[in-house]
Design a protein around this ligand. Structure first.
Ligand SMILES: Cc1cc2nc3c(=O)[nH]c(=O)nc-3n(C[C@H](O)[C@H](O)[C@H](O)COP(=O)(O)OP(=O)(O)OC[C@H]3O[C@@H](n4cnc5c(N)ncnc54)[C@H](O)[C@@H]3O)c2cc1C
Length: 459
């Protein structure tokens, strides 16, 4: 069947569905194509299921610490992994079904299920259907990288997608990759009772962060009994006899050269789903890593085609994908000129305690040649953290000397993912550090110490 539309959206992830909503509300006839699960990565194999598991892991952790709070349990807590998984699946499922029913009941939107492939700059093949439109929005997301490491084809490995299907606790989980996704899985499975080893080829965890943040995170994980193996060179795999276990060669500068794991999770990065889209038929340019090249308003080099979300390489988060939708919709439908370059970088790492991050790190600010003043405070000196009995981590604010502009913040500590928004919103509103210094905050909160830290800046 050949059908014509005003717009086609490829992918029901984080940008596609709300964009279909705005386009149809503006009177356009829209086709939305999804090849797999409605809601995409975040809803099915990313943020939502992992944060549901993080919550179960936190409950287990707190139960083990019950005596610290004067709470007496009959015995040590157990983990019912099928029940943990069922809870996670329920939460994820409600979200997925919500997206699907929203799209299927959206007036003016026709949902196609299947793999979309460009036939030309204005046409897509989806199974036996040929869809045409003058505007096409690509929101195809990404998937886990499976690196060509020696021996990888001879052993069983997991990615975020398959890991989330487990309803058992691995005996010994080796997590390859010490960055955001790997660290979240490492801590949650340790709390579920697995022995966990993180294998990272770099000299420290989450290398994008300042070294003091990396070190503190390493300390938090090691305090829970997670083995952290850094400087791992030539990571390689082989089966451990007939046991089903995997020998992971790590060759770190210190410690044993091999680790025997029952399960191996690959968390070494993501790649965009652009290799099977037929982009060449539309003349859409991709970079060396397969990301679709876009301008600051998310237009590709082919007129009438936009790319949003993880596939454009301009962000790797649900909030960046959603913000992409807001930018495209505002510019197309509201006559605005919103740009990706205007947004302030922000994200969180959901280990416990979480890391909330906005703007520049101290290292980035110094590398940019800025004259920097830094304020720091350990969470042991934050009343709210002490009262909660969760004093790991610290907060750090980076300010430009002279202008007093807030350049960035890292809050690694209880409630850090929420508290950092006070800094983000102040930056977004153009406020200076003094705006926050003069703002009365609620007691007792983690946020109430932010003005204090800003009053104690050092070069
Ligand atoms: C384990 C994990 C945890 C994460 N945790 C967080 C977090 O806590 N916070 C956060 O902000 N981000 C997190 N992320 C990242 C977040 O999930 C992604 O940034 C976000 O989902 C990207 O949204 P998107 O719309 O670009 O793509 P996606 O959500 O991946 O959606 C793309 C959709 O396009 C479909 N598709 C692809 N190709 C085609 C095709 N050719 N035809 C038809 N359909 C197609 C796919 O099936 C998919 O449904 C996490 C990711 C992972 C893997």
């Amino acid at each position: 069947m050949k059908a014509s539309f005003d717009a086609i959206v490829i992918g029901a992830g984080q940008a596609g569905p709300p964009l279909a909503g705005r386009l149809t509300a503006a009177g356009m006839k829209v086709a939305l194509v999804e090849r797999k699960l409605f809601g995409g990565t975040c809803v099915n194999t990313g943020c939502i299921p992992t944060k549901a598991l993080v919550a179960s892991a936190y409950a287990a952790h707190l139960a083990r610490r019950a005596a610290d709070y004067g709470v007496v349990l009959a015995g040590p807590p157990g983990i019912d992994m099928p029940a943990v998984k069922a809870r996670k699946d329920r939460i994820s499922g409600v979200s997925r079904e919500g997206v699907e029913s929203w799209l299927r009941n959206m007036a003016g939107c026709t949902v196609f299920q299947g793999q979309a492939r460009f036939v030309s700059a204005t046409e897509l093949a989806v199974g036996d259907d040929l869809l045409a439109a003058p505007r096409i929005f690509v929101n195809v997301g990404g998937r886990a990288v499976v690196p060509p490491l020696p021996g990888i084809d001879g052993v069983a490995t997991l990615t975020n997608t398959t890991m989330l299907q487990l309803d058992r606790v691995p005996r010994h989980l080796a997590v390859i990759g010490g960055s955001y996704i790997g660290l979240e899985f490492a801590q949650m499975y340790r709390r579920f009772g697995a022995e966990v080893t993180i294998v990272e080829k770099g000299p420290r965890l989450i290398a994008r962060e300042d070294p003091d943040v990396s070190d503190a995170i390493r300390g938090i994980l090691e305090a829970e009994g997670i083995a952290v193996r850094l400087d791992a060179e030539c990571i390689r795999f082989r089966p451990h006899g007939e046991s089903g276990d995997v020998v992971v060669g790590v060759d770190c500068r210190a410690g044993a050269p091999e680790v025997v794991a029952s399960d191996v999770l690959l968390a070494v990065g993501r790649r965009p789903n652009t290799d099977d889209l037929g982009l060449e038929a539309a003349g859409v340019e991709v970079d060396a890593h397969g990301y679709i090249v876009v301008d600051d308003e998310l237009r590709t080099r082919t007129p009438g085609i936009w790319a949003l979300g993880d596939c454009n390489g301009r962000g790797a988060f649900t909030h960046t994908a959603y913000n992409d939708f807001e930018i495209v919709a505002a510019n197309l439908l509201d006559g605005e000129h919103r740009r990706v370059g205007d947004r302030i970088p922000c994200y969180a790492l959901y280990i416990d305690p979480p890391l909330g991050r906005v703007g520049l790190t101290e290292a980035q600010a110094r590398a940019a040649g800025k004259s920097v003043r830094v304020g720091q405070r350990p969470m042991t000196r934050v009343g709210r953290a002490v009262e909660k009995g969760e004093t790991a981590g610290f907060m750090k604010l980076v300010v430009e000397a002279g202008s007093d502009a807030i350049l960035g913040a890292a809050i690694l500590g209880v409630g850090g993912d929420e508290a950092v928004h006070g800094v983000l919103d102040t930056m977004s509103a153009g406020g200076s550090a003094d705006t926050l210094r003069r703002t009365m905050h609620i007691h007792p909160t983690v946020s109430e110490l932010i003005p204090t830290v800003l009053g104690e800046l050092k070069p």
